[in-house]
Design a protein around this ligand. Structure first.
Ligand code: 5GP
Length: 202
């Protein structure tokens, strides 16, 4: 009944738990495609190239921009991040919904290209909870953590332009809310093959 899949954007400050919530969500919704972004930032311990990100040099990333291989890209904390377009289009054309874990700038670019996309903003319950998560993660220097906290303040100002806001105080609950949103969005007539449906009523 669906003509094609939709794009589900999940944004939120670094440390908001997007990755953990997505993992929990994938456990109950297996028919989704998770987009793997490209980035020029350094690979962290435990991250896998091609799984967590495609880790690229600046010239490699810039050639992807020049060759229009990115659905969107942005400069976040001085590094490039972007969404390779081909896997996303292949998935939506197969009828799969695609999850994009991207920043606010990227989210607005996706909305321009795909007006039916769904924008979800995830935040931790407070600034101190965010700070604690960034420190516990132990992957970034104090200077980097400070930079990410400042960035978070400005990102949160954009929340009014999102369709949904989820406060991530418990991973399972937050993941359930994302699942509920995706299921509700799948009922939107704009994404359904209304013509075939109507034939059944003639
Ligand atoms: P991190 O370095 O902590 O993995 O990610 C930093 C920020 O970059 C996060 O806010 C994340 O959502 C954002 N990000 C990750 N991939 C992309 C992408 O492909 N495009 C954009 N615009 N932002 C991204």
């Amino acid at each position: 009944m669906r003509i094609k899949g939709n794009l589900i954007v999940i944004s939120g400050p670094s440390g908001s738990g997007k990755g953990t919530v997505c993992k929990a969500m994938f456990a109950s919704m297996t028919d989704l495609h998770l987009s793997t972004s490209a980035t020029t930032r350094k690979q962290r311990v435990g991250e896998q190239d091609g799984v967590d990100y495609y880790f690229l040099s600046r010239p490699e990333f810039e050639s992807m921009i020049a060759e229009e291989q990115l659905l969107e890209w942005a400069n976040v904390y001085g590094q490039y991040y972007g969404t390779p377009v081909e896997p996303v289009l292949n998935a939506v054309n197969r009828g799969q919904d695609v999850i994009l874990e991207i920043d606010v700038q990227g989210a607005f670019k996706v909305r321009k290209k795909f007006p039916t996309c769904v924008l979800i903003f995830l935040i931790p319950p407070s600034r101190s909870a965010l700070e604690k998560r960034l420190k516990n993660r132990a992957t970034d220097s104090d200077e980097e953590i400070e930079r990410r906290l400042k960035w978070a303040e400005s990102e949160i100002q954009q929340v009014e332009y999102y369709d949904y806001l989820i406060i991530n105080d418990e991973v399972e609950k937050a993941a359930d809310k994302v699942v509920n949103i995706i299921n509700a969005e799948r009922c939107r007539p704009a994404l359904l093959d209304i013509e075939s449906l109507m034939q059944k009523y003639r």
